[in-house]
Design a protein around this ligand. Structure first.
Ligand SMILES: Nc1nc2c(ncn2[C@@H]2O[C@H](COP(=O)(O)OP(=O)(O)OP(=O)(O)O)[C@@H](O)[C@H]2O)c(=O)[nH]1
Ligand SMILES: [Mg+2]
Length: 382
């Protein structure tokens, strides 16, 4: 980005000053931890006063780490031994009596990988597809997707089906961004791969602020307990009544939800409204009381992090993703090790192994937790 506030050439008693222009500007950088960052640019004129900013503020310079140079028309900032604190937007401002100009660049510092993923799609899909339920009471694991409008709940189902079924699936309707939930019906989706894989994903209406808007907290709690059957049309004004034909009174372990999957868009954590957060916390508390494990799938990581957008494989090296996971943990009170960033298919026309592996890793986690819940509950009820 270049901003020039120059005026026409002006003549001083000593020499002519020209409107400052950049001949070369700062370029975006992506470096690993411990590497060197070198930002440089060149202007059309000498004798300028140069100042640097990081994220709009004067950078804290450390001796022998930050080296600023100005040589004729060239100026540079060298940062040695980069660490996560060096990530940000850098701006150089140059000025003389004729005016000022500035240009900026983004610096991304890849962290050391703090969580590992297998990144081998075939191995991961094969091992998950072989899942067999050896429990007499429960033949399939039930997952409920719950979260704000437009968070990507329905897209998760499409992405998981796409991966297991090996072709692009848009079986679950998704919306263009809107403030009202596109999904209105409680619908369940099975996963297939050379036969049925015993995983069932339940799609729900989105959470909204306002007591009579979006999916009701009491309805989601009823769904967790297995009281709501497929096809129920959510009513934001009225909770499901026991007389409703879609209310399943005598639910058992096989009807219950075995893992609650909260879905939060990574790019919108900062703007989530308090009422929606409170609703989600209430559902989370109800799940804890029932003993149902809960996790968060953090979607839209591509919109929240340029490093991940460029390469999903780098996700667990991204400072932005790490920060977002921490923010999400603080917001919902879910530990960071229960938060899984995922990327849904939404505009791609080709399948991507990294997107698949990231989702498969998250799915393996929920299977593990749901299975452990079923085993515990089945043992306790014997
Ligand atoms: N960039 C990006 N867009 C996504 C991602 N996941 C979903 N989307 C888009 O977000 C929009 C909403 O997605 P949905 O799956 O309909 O969200 P939802 O949570 O089911 O929304 P409601 O049913 O309306 O509550 C769609 O346009 C998706 O294509 C993602 O990981 N990255
Ligand atoms: Mg939906």
């Amino acid at each position: 980005m270049i901003i020039s506030h120059g005026r026409k050439p002006i003549k001083t008693s000593a020499h002519v000053l020209y409107t400052i222009e950049f001949i070369t500007v700062l370029g975006d950088k992506q470096v690993g931890t411990g590497e060197e960052i070198r930002l440089s640019c060149e202007t059309n004129t000498e004798g300028l006063t140069v100042t640097w900013e990081k994220d709009g503020e004067k950078p804290t310079c450390v001796q022998d780490k930050h080296i600023m140079k100005q040589d004729g028309t060239k100026c540079s900032l060298q940062i040695l031994n980069a660490d996560e604190r060096d990530e940000g937007k850098y701006t150089v401002k140059v000025e003389n009596k004729s005016g000022t100009a500035s240009c900026s660049a983004m610096v991304i510092v890849e962290l050391k990988e703090w969580r590992t993923v297998q990144w081998k799609q075939n191995v991961m899909v094969d091992s998950l597809s072989k899942l067999k339920m050896d429990n007499d009471q429960v033949r399939e694991l039930n997952f409920l997707l719950y979260g704000p409008v437009g968070a990507g709940k329905s897209s998760i189902i499409n992405t998981v089906k796409t991966i297991f079924e090996d072709h692009y699936c848009v079986i679950c309707p998704v919306a263009a961004q809107s403030t009202k939930s596109y999904t209105k019906i409680y619908q369940k989706y099975n996963i297939r791969r050379e036969g049925v894989v015993p995983l069932v994903f339940h799609d729900t209406m989105g959470v909204e602020k306002g007591e009579t808007e979006g999916v009701r907290t009491d309805d989601i709690i009823s769904a967790l307990k297995g009281h709501i059957t497929e096809g129920y049309v959510f009513n934001p004004i009225l909770q499901i009544l026991k007389q409703n034909p879609q209310y399943h009174k005598n639910s058992s372990l096989c009807d219950m939800i075995h893992c609650l999957v909260n879905v939060i868009p990574a790019d919108k954590i900062a703007v989530m409204d308090e009422q929606s957060i409170d609703k989600m916390k209430k559902v989370g508390e109800a799940a804890s009381i029932l003993g149902i494990p809960q996790v968060v799938f953090l979607t839209a990581v591509d919109l929240a992090c340029p490093l991940t957008k460029g390469n999903v494989h780098c996700i667990y090296r991204s400072k932005k993703i790490k920060e977002n996971m921490q923010k999400c943990s603080n917001l919902l009170g879910v530990p960071v090790n229960c938060i899984f960033p995922v990327k849904n298919y939404h505009e791609e026309i080709h399948l991507n192994e990294d997107i698949n592996c990231l989702m498969l890793d998250a799915v393996a986690q929920i299977i593990h937790r749901a299975h452990a819940f079923v085993v515990t509950m089945a043992t306790n009820t014997k």
